[in-house]
Design a protein around this ligand. Sequence first.
Ligand code: URA
Length: 232
Amino acid sequence: MERLDKFLCDCAVGSRSQVKGILKTGVVTVDGVPVKDGSCKVDPQKMQICFNGTVLSHRGRVVLMLHKPAGYVTATADAHQPTVMELLPGEYRKLELNPVGRLDKDTEGLLLFTDDGDLLHRLISPKHEIPKVYYARHEGAATNEDVQAFFQGLTLGDGTQCRPAKLEPLGAGESLITVCEGKYHQVRRMMASRNMPVLYLQRRQEGCLILGDLPLGQVRELTEEEVASLEK
Ligand code: URA
């Protein structure tokens, strides 16, 4: 437990004296109740502390990795289908986290979340060309011609031009695919365009980040080093 006024200062709401004035106006709430007394003790891990309606957190920015299972849409809200937000443990639901990019409902694997808007935009910007590695089980078997076609940049059935990508056959019906862009259903459409419809798709790597043995449906916070690697 810590003092409310100290917590507000740590969250950069204002200086000690500014916080005192802010508290008087009643715009700070603890679990929905306006609190004007800065000496009040709070537990920011368990209580929801808001300033002008925005949830505060002094833990710095948060970047999470989820091993997304199939069956969840990548969205912050959806009227009809379960979303990836439902997979986040309660302590993270209070934060303003957004998924970084998108995995299809049926795709499993590495999905990042952050509450840092700048980092989010940098990671999803096509300018940064972060390579993403997917494991696919698919019909057919990849040939050298398929590898070449990926390398040269595929043109999909609707005329969409893809940037050069890497196709690594692992054996009959299994491949690794590396792409540096994120078009709609990209890997599935690329594979289908070479007569290898995808049966199962899992994202295993994004930049330097590796899904590793994070269990399906589980979340972990990235280390500072991992976050730094994303910013390079
Ligand atoms: N490509 C796809 O087809 N689906 C995904 O979820 C990600 C990449």
